[in-house]
Ligand binder design. Structure first.
Ligand code: AMP
Ligand code: GLY
Length: 426
């Protein structure tokens, strides 16, 4: 079978890397890809932003048997609808179902309707009304742009002044463009975060192993919210008791709730959770694999990913046996361009990639990279995800940092404390 992966980040490099290991795969392509992906797949310079017509026509001519969509933006723009309309199999939710991630208000309404545990919230288009609510609550809140903002549209409002400023940034200054046409204001939740990922065909849900990412830019969870600075799996905070609770109280009610409103959800359901003293609460839904969570989940997966994804598309996940996992743990340290998530420079030469990859258990997944005359250059905010698989979490983290030490580029920034909560717990 020929496979096409859509996207160009670390998650997509990991997907291509895992899918390419399947004996079912003849040719693997990626649009648009990056320098790391180009080493294992044919990268296609096809546009993703014109209704997907060229992409679909190419996929038909190349006899693509399965298209796997990595990022949320093309899903929210209807890429799966475009492929399905031509009888092509595409993994991921359609445009309406992708609202679960693309509209925080949509997700919140679904949670309230289906009694899914989450923070109390209100949605506003009017800044004055939002500010009046903040003053009335007089407690710490989170202010969120309703739409897609690459993981950056969430601003803590721990004081009334901070929260009011956040409303102005989103609703008045339009820092996130149209994504900030409305804001969701919700109460702050206290606890430890975990990422819960399931594959679903719209009925059956197959949970993957637990993981946790590090959203803040700097050590000790300080700095700014980013797309994710590192991840590890398993996340010890996710006990089997909590796992069962999340499946029963969050995952199945979400999938059923989506079907009930005529939006059957297929693909990856990623649940971002806060494990509070009162139990797990949903922070957000994503409609795709986490990035960098995919970088620690997929290297631990022993089973062939291709039949699992096909079963989701074909509605036959119920017939699929449980996935098998490698024992042990995985850790990923993201190396980013200095300045990320704010302004940063690109085009810096990256050295040491081969030396890092030669270290036992290490795979270097590329996020923002490009080739230029035989040299790999930085080409994005998040540049690399240095991932290690080992017998235990402590050794996986240690190995990943050995890989990081072997790599250098100008102004590289990474966190030095990936996995610290898990290590403290263990
Ligand atoms: P989201 O994209 O909605 O998951 O938000 C990004 C990050 O902001 C989360 O991973 C949390 O670290 C934090 N966050 C969002 N909402 C809340 C909340 N209600 N209470 C505490 N932290 C939150
Ligand atoms: N790492 C968080 C996300 O993928 O949304």
């Amino acid at each position: 079978m020929n496979i096409l992966v859509i996207g160009q980040g670390g998650r997509e490099h990991t997907l291509v890397w895992k899918l390419a290991q399947s004996p079912l795969v003849e040719n693997i392509y990626c649009a648009p890809g990056n320098a790391g992906i180009a080493e294992i797949a044919a990268c296609l310079p096809l546009p993703l932003d014109n209704g997907f017509g060229e992409l679909v026509a190419w996929a038909e001519s190349a006899r693509i048997g399965l298209t796997v969509v990595g990022p949320e933006a093309p899903l929210a723009a209807g890429i799966v609808n475009a492929f399905r309309a031509h009888g092509l199999k595409a993994f991921g939710p359609d445009k309406r179902a992708a609202q679960l991630e693309a509209s925080k208000d949509f997700a919140k309404q679904l949670m309230v309707k289906n009694d899914i545990p989450t923070a109390a919230y209100r949605t506003y288009v009017d800044a004055d009304e939002a500010i009046a609510d903040i003053k009335a609550r007089n407690g710490p809140v989170f202010v969120k742009a309703n739409g897609l903002a690459a993981g950056k549209g969430v601003i803590p409002g721990r004081t009334v002044a901070e929260a009011i400023q956040a409303v102005k940034t989103i609703l008045v200054d339009k820092a996130f463009g149209e994504a900030g046409d409305s804001v969701v204001i919700e109460d702050e939740l206290i606890g430890e975060e975990a990422s819960f990922t399931v594959l679903t065909d719209g009925h059956t849900c197959v949970p993957l192993v637990s993981s946790q990412d590090h959203k803040m830019s700097h050590d000790g969870d300080t700095g700014k919210n980013t797309g994710g600075m590192g991840a590890y799996s398993p996340a010890p905070v996710m006990t089997s008791e909590l796992h069962d609770y999340v499946m029963a109280r969050v995952v199945y009610p979400t999938i059923k709730g989506m079907a009930d409103i005529g939006c059957p959800f297929t693909g990856v359901l990623y649940v971002g959770l806060m494990i509070t003293e009162a139990g797990p609460r949903v922070l957000e839904f994503n409609c795709r694999f986490g990035d960098p969570e995919a970088q620690v989940l997929l290297p631990r997966l022993k089973s062939d990913l291709v039949p699992m994804l096909l079963a989701c598309v074909d509605g036959t996940l119920n017939d699929y046996a449980e996935p098998e996992w490698h024992a042990g743990a995985a850790a990923c340290v993201v190396m980013a361009s200095g300045g990320y998530p704010d302004a940063y420079e690109t085009g810096k030469a990256i050295n040491g990639l081969a030396e890092a990859a030669a270290i036992e258990g290490i795979t270097v997944f590329h996020a923002g990279t490009k080739h230029d005359n035989g040299q790999v250059l930085t080409d994005g905010g998040r540049v690399l995800g240095v991932t290690a698989v080992a017998d235990g979490l402590a050794s996986a983290i240690q190995q990943a940092y050995r890989g990081v030490a072997a790599i250098n580029f100008a102004d590289a920034h990474f966190r030095s404390d990936i996995g610290y909560r898990a290590l403290a717990r263990n």
